[in-house]
Design a protein around this ligand. Structure first.
Ligand code: ZN
Ligand code: ZN
Length: 302
């Protein structure tokens, strides 16, 4: 019996807990007027199809999160003391995998328009035998919770706003589960994902960009959660919940107009510059489809 895709469920639960804590006694914050940029790009929002069996929304009906709900929620905002996103590689990565990590770093810096740095990798040896096992498929796996609680939460690099561990080895969340793509704690702004399943066995020149887009979507999605953005049901969006790799592959890399407005209310950057930076990144890396998506948004800005 195969159980899969546990991680997004965990992210969602953590997310809801924070939402429950938001009841504040202060007067509600005045909602800022919607800037013309968001109205312009709204024309490119693609409505989500009716969920089919196997899709995230089929098994997890969600209410979504309006801009107003986001704006009034308690979430982190970059400050002078907390403004750097960190990546922590865990394991021994080959040169192609190192290139992926470098590109994820570049991408996150453009996506969030915040300085992003990669820390020195740590060896898998840091994980004790009690937190690792051989999978039924015959490869080694690490306990995701150990990496999260005993390794990553202890990392406190300068000006950290969010930290994303990236594991070379496959992860499992509990003895009874086969595997997990990743695990995160919103409260601590720390998450861990594994590259293992994104590369379909082995990373090669042929599947390099497929693995890369999976990493880009997953890492921006998870860090988006750390900034308080919940799952999106407004449109096809990188913040949509996904139930499987194939659903992740089908979903877009783009933040919809509502989620872009949320992010921009949290991090004050120039929206057009962000799109242009992302478009250039996609062009440099031969991600043509993704580049076209950015161009489409750029073309409708008045
Ligand atoms: Zn999620
Ligand atoms: Zn969205």
């Amino acid at each position: 019996m195969k159980k899969i895709t546990f991680f997004i469920l965990i992210l969602l639960c953590a997310c809801n807990k924070e939402k429950a804590k938001e009841t504040s006694k202060q007067a509600p914050k005045q909602i800022p007027e919607e800037a013309s940029y968001f109205k312009d790009i709204k024309t490119n929002d693609v409505k989500l199809p009716k969920p089919s069996y196997g899709d995230w929304l089929f098994s997890h009906p969600e209410d979504g999160q309006t801009f107003e709900q986001y704006y009034r929620s308690k979430h982190i905002v970059p400050t002078k003391e907390e403004n750097i996103i960190y990546i922590k590689p865990i394991g021994n990565f080959n040169s192609l995998q190192k290139k992926q990590i470098q590109l994820v770093n570049e991408y996150l810096e453009l996506f969030f328009q915040l300085k992003t740095k990669t820390l020195e990798p740590i060896s898998n040896d840091i994980v004790p035998n009690s937190a690792r096992r051989m999978s039924t498929e015959g490869h080694e796996q690490l306990l995701a919770g150990y990496l999260l609680n005993d390794v990553l939460k202890e990392e406190k690099p300068e000006n950290r706003i969010a930290l994303m561990g990236l594991s070379e080895l496959d992860l499992y969340p509990k003895p009874e589960w086969n595997y997990v793509f990743g695990l995160a704690s919103y409260r601590d702004k720390v998450g861990v994902s594994s590259i293992y399943r994104f590369q379909d066995g082995e990373l090669t020149a042929e599947n390099f960009n497929l693995c890369l887009t999976r990493l880009l979507k997953t890492s921006s999605h998870e860090i988006g959660h750390m900034f308080g953005i919940h799952h999106c049901i407004n449109a096809d969006c990188v913040m949509n919940g996904t139930n499987s790799l194939s659903e992740t592959d089908r979903s877009t890399i783009r933040l919809c107009s509502v989620c872009q407005r949320k992010l921009n209310s949290c991090i004050q950057y120039d929206n057009k510059k962000r799109l242009t930076d992302l478009d250039n990144f996609f062009k440099r890396n031969n991600l043509t489809e993704e580049s076209d998506i950015m161009k489409k948004d750029i073309s409708v800005i008045r």
